[in-house]
Design a protein around this ligand. Structure first.
Ligand SMILES: [Zn+2]
Ligand SMILES: [Zn+2]
Length: 517
């Protein structure tokens, strides 16, 4: 008995010693001398991508802001999940921290964060390209979230869509892709050194950095470091969600964004938020893994980002160049976690190419569209929704009223049977609606009635619209490859809960329907 106790104690002591020996180092404190004080005043340290109890975060905005203040942050960009129809709180200083509301939108191809955007008139969702288009139209700045997320349905997938920004690293995704065997070690380390423990799971995200660099050769894409903080132990005010994760406090000491403003903050929340968001849009922002060391300063000149503070021993600034004299900066630190090691500091690109991107969604104009071979128009709907259709001389008007909440699968559609004999590559038509909305254009195929869909934006001013067949995505998971276009049995214009809410009512008008062969 006594022997067993002694043996167990010995093993425990050995385990604890092992765990202590493998603790990640504390963040190094560097005495910075000679850094331009004016530059320090204009460089604002904060956290981008933070959740509160308005979605799946553990604590209220004021508690989150207090944690940010303790960690020495000056701003927070709060990105609660939503469909972008909610009215964001105006920017406000809470505990000296500039809190700016943004939104993280779920698409069918990953999460997209929209900054600096008024509420959308209809719920944003569906295809990633549609959400990117809507965010751009609304004047927002959209960021592809956690491209490396281990859960495939959360990782961003549409690299052809004209995104404005990309998360080069996401602390939450890095945490989740670690092996289960590592978790006890990380947990132990977290109890003693929270921020270094979180950073101990970081790696250099090779794939995402390559993708970013490649995209950046055609247009500027701003890269941001996302803490994706949800809060955790001791902060669980949000019992409904019960998230377990690192605390806000620890997250805010792990990974920060440094935004370089044209002037220091004035204390006026609205003005300062404008200045900060403009700087992010310009790419005047760099990322720092504070858990390695928070003490670093970069400056930005026309030639690019440059280190403006003394680097610790073993740290190395690496200039990465693209075409057109474009460059960005990575600073590596000795002993940085990861394999390959995560950059300690990462800047945005400067001197990018200005090659314009081809505008998507335009017919190539090679072949003139021909009239669509279709039959009578009729309404299809679920039993709780209402719809009426008037089709006269090629003008189809659909009036719809979706059934009341709760959300089921309310929909109203204008549908017609197709009699196309030869393949077509796209549909063209003119469309308008009583108020801004998205309508889903769908082709339905025999024998199982599987549908391929793409949504288009309609507004009171009539627009010329083009739906390339190869942009259509399967509506059902079993979809696979689209059958030949000419075998489509019906064409539908569908209003459903992807971009509308229960009880929504209105009308849309579609005319001059043609196909491109
Ligand atoms: Zn997300
Ligand atoms: Zn998130």
């Amino acid at each position: 008995m006594r022997k067993t106790v002694i043996a167990t104690a010995a093993v425990l002591v050995a385990v604890v010693f092992f765990l202590l020996a493998t603790l990640p180092p504390r963040p190094s404190q560097l005495v910075s001398t000679g850094t331009d004080p004016e530059l320090i005043r204009r460089t604002i340290r904060g956290a981008y991508h933070v959740h509160t109890d308005r979605s799946d975060g553990a604590a209220s905005k004021s508690i989150v802001a207090a944690a940010a203040a303790r960690a020495g942050l000056r701003f927070l960009i709060l990105t609660d999940h939503g469909d972008a129809t909610g009215i964001p709180d105006p920017p406000a200083y809470i505990d000296g921290v500039l809190c700016i509301d943004a939104v993280e939108i779920s698409t069918s191809g990953g999460h997209y964060v929209a900054l600096d955007m008024p509420p959308s008139p209809y719920p944003l969702g569906g295809a990633p390209s549609a959400v990117v288009e809507d965010v751009t139209r609304l004047g927002g700045f959209g960021i592809a979230a956690h491209p490396d997320h281990p859960k495939a349905e959360l990782a961003w997938t549409d690299w052809d869509a004209p995104i404005a920004g990309i998360e080069w690293i996401n602390a939450d995704a890095e945490w989740r892709n670690e092996g289960t065997l590592q978790l006890p070690r990380i947990l132990f380390a977290y109890l003693l050194r929270p921020a270094p423990a979180i950073a101990s799971v970081f790696d250099r995200p090779e794939k995402t950095l390559k993708r970013w660099d490649r995209l950046n050769s055609t247009r500027q894409i701003v890269a941001l470091a996302a803490v994706d903080a949800h809060g955790g132990a001791g902060e669980e005010e949000n019992h409904g969600w019960g998230g377990i994760g690192p605390s806000y406090d620890a997250s805010f000491r792990t990974l920060t964004s440094r935004v370089m403003l044209e002037r220091p903050l004035s204390g006026d929340a609205a003005d300062d938020a404008r200045e900060l968001l403009e700087a992010i849009r310009r790419g005047s922002v760099y990322s720092v893994v504070d858990a390695i060391s928070p003490d670093v300063a970069l400056g930005l000149e026309s030639g690019g980002f440059a280190v403006r503070s003394q680097l610790p021993e073993g740290a190395k600034a690496v200039l990465i160049s693209g075409g057109d004299h474009a460059r960005r900066l990575e600073v590596t630190a000795a002993g940085a976690p990861g394999d390959p090691p995560v950059p300690w500091v990462l800047s945005n690109w400067v001197g990018r190419s200005t090659t314009p991107r081809p505008v998507a969604g335009e017919p190539d104009g090679q072949r003139a569209p021909t009239r669509l071979q279709a039959g009578e128009w009729r309404v299809e709907k679920d039993e709780r929704s209402q719809g009426q259709i008037v089709a006269e001389s090629g003008v189809v008007t659909l009036r719809y009223e979706l059934g009341q909440a709760p959300r089921q699968s309310q929909f109203v559609a204008a549908s017609t049977d197709l009699a196309e004999k030869s393949p077509f590559s796209g549909l063209v038509f003119r469309g308008r609606a009583a108020s801004p909305m998205r309508v889903s254009v769908q082709l339905r195929f025999p024998p199982d009635d599987l549908r391929w869909v793409a949504s288009v934006y309609l507004e009171p001013d009539e627009r010329d619209l083009f739906v390339p067949v190869d942009s259509m995505q399967p509506a059902e998971r079993t979809g696979g490859r689209m059958p030949p276009s000419e075998s489509a049995r019906s064409l539908l214009f569908v209003v459903d809960l992807v971009n509308a809410r229960p009880s929504d009512a209105g009308h849309l008008v579609v005319s001059d329907l043609r196909v491109i062969r």
